[in-house]
Design a protein around this ligand. Structure first.
Ligand SMILES: C[S@@+](CC[C@H](N)C(=O)[O-])C[C@H]1O[C@@H](n2cnc3c(N)ncnc32)[C@H](O)[C@@H]1O
Length: 489
């Protein structure tokens, strides 16, 4: 490779050691560009489980509290509404300081361009077809936040950001915003949540130890040099960052063989979110792919199945086109913008659907008397098992959602099957082809979740006589309900 890639890696490692980091002789910062994975950390020798890989002093981390701006103008940072914006401004200032920044050798190895969805063109985004991730990119929201909170601060404090203070020439608004996006996106893909000593204290985690995205967003962010050079590949994680008082420590959590890559854990993300946040996809994340079905689609489908009128719908679901009212389901925390259908690990059709989605459909399928009884008891329908009526509605939703994607699984699979390594690298070097290939993986994963849903719901309905059950629903509502009554609450 003919650029200064290796020289920058070496300068970074030397700077890190001077900053007080202790780094095991058994690991190396490696050039993984032939795998299209930038830099990564690899084992040079066998490493035992629990062995320390490196220790970074908290003082070497780039946090808003450690930054140069915090030393000279702390009020500019404390006035910002969240930790992400504070670190964005601190990093923007540090970037303008250039060679005078304490972190300049670190900045020299951080990315300057990204494949995260924020930076895709409309044509590139169109390759994601009907993926719900297109509505979650947050580009406008980030842009609005930078215009409201970053740009005015930089403009009002020209003397802090430009000229003699930093050595940087004054920049036009568009360039300041572009820099803010670059720093903001670096934080999204590289920063760690700065947990207090002892790990995830204070934040609520699920049974697998992951906090919700909202929970994570509230934590202070910090850039941890070298810890953020670890790539991730779903469940291949073999190292973990531990938080001490003055240092953070990366330790092996499994035995690692010489030559193997050392991986962190970015979480159980569907490929859509991996692409949105980190700008890459890998087949191993397919296990966490989801398809989101919009609430309105579920409600419309259930309403048609149960012939509910608008007043009844509004009372049950708070669904009104103009003015969403608080409703029974909303009060019970059931109403979400959309519902994720997740991948199956068993042949049980019920598995991929959340309790909230089942509760929504089940409530909308109740007749008036059942609904009144449920409301009186302030309960929700039971959601442990599917019923043929619920399965029929879900089947219809799944088919409607699948119809929103213009190409089939077979067509998508034809686009990138059997690439040689050279062809793969060729694709990866071309920005449009690379992004298209990643978009195809995302949309294909979502279609496969839908395909599985259709297959398992179909099997369930065939063995539970679902079609007949749906047809009976209208009769039931007209008072000809068969005597075999389903207990719902
Ligand atoms: C925390 S950084 C890891 C270091 C990064 N490779 C670098 O060179 O700066 C996260 C970024 O690394 C890349 N990355 C991480 N895991 C990867 C993988 N398994 N395959 C390809 N790229 C990966 C993505 O670009 C991601 O946004």
């Amino acid at each position: 490779m003919e650029d200064d890639f290796d020289a920058r890696s070496e300068a970074f490692m030397a700077w890190l050691k001077q900053s007080g980091a202790e780094i095991s002789e058994k690991i190396q910062l490696a050039d993984l560009r032939t795998q299209h994975a930038g830099r990564g950390v690899v084992a040079l020798h066998d490493i035992a489980e629990d062995e320390p890989l490196f220790t970074i002093p908290r003082s070497a981390m780039l946090t808003s509290a450690n930054s140069s701006l915090a030393q000279t103008h702390p009020s500019l940072l404390s006035a910002l509404p969240d930790p992400w914006l504070a670190l964005t401004l601190a990093m923007l200032h540090e970037h303008l300081l250039g060679a005078s920044s304490r972190w300049s050798p670190y900045f020299a190895i951080l990315p300057t361009d990204f494949d995260t969805l924020m930076f895709w063109t409309d044509d590139e985004l169109a390759e994601l077809q009907a993926s719900a991730v297109r509505h979650k990119i947050g580009k406008e929201a980030a842009d609005a936040a930078f215009r409201e909170h970053i740009l005015p601060v930089v403009r009002q404090h020209r003397d802090v950001f430009f000229g003699a203070a930093t050595g940087a020439p004054e920049l036009p608004d568009a360039e300041i915003l572009a820099l803010a996006h670059r720093m903001g996106s670096t934080i999204m893909a590289y920063a760690f949540d700065m947990e207090p000593e002892g790990g995830s204290a204070g934040k609520e985690v699920d049974e697998e130890g992951y906090a919700s995205e909202e929970e994570d967003e509230a934590l202070p962010k910090g850039m941890v040099p070298l810890a953020d050079m670890l790539n991730a590949d779903a469940d291949r994680n073999n190292a973990k960052l531990y938080y001490g008082t003055d240092v953070v420590e990366m330790k092996a959590i499994k035995a690692i063989k010489a030559g193997e890559e050392i991986f962190n854990d970015y979480g159980p993300l569907p490929r859509s979110d991996l692409l949105r946040r980190y700008g890459y996809v890998s087949e191993r994340y397919a296990q966490w792919d989801v398809i989101e079905v919009p609430r309105a689609m579920v409600i419309d489908t259930a309403r048609t199945a149960n012939k509910l009128d608008d007043t009844a719908i509004e009372e049950r679901a708070g669904y009104r086109l103009v003015d969403a009212t608080l409703s029974y389901l909303d009060d019970h925390g059931i109403l979400e913008e959309g519902y994720d259908i997740t991948n199956w690990t068993t042949p049980d059709a019920r598995e991929g659907f959340s309790d909230e989605l089942i509760a929504l459909v089940a409530t909308l399928l109740l007749d008036d008397t059942e609904f009144a009884r449920l409301k009186k008891k302030q309960k929700l329908p039971k959601t442990e098992k599917l019923t043929p009526e619920i399965a029929s509605v879900l089947m219809e939703v799944v088919k409607k959602r699948a119809a929103e994607y213009p190409t089939s699984i077979v067509e998508d699979e034809g686009t990138d099957i059997g690439l040689s390594h050279e062809e793969f690298m060729q694709t990866m070097r071309n920005r449009f082809l690379r992004r298209k290939a990643m978009a195809v993986q995302v949309r294909l994963g979502e279609k496969k979740v839908l395909q599985k849903a259709e297959e398992l719901l179909g099997e369930y309905l065939r063995s539970n006589n679902g079609t007949e059950a749906t047809a009976n629903k209208a009769l039931e509502r007209d008072g000809e309900r068969p005597s075999k009554k389903r207990k719902v609450a």
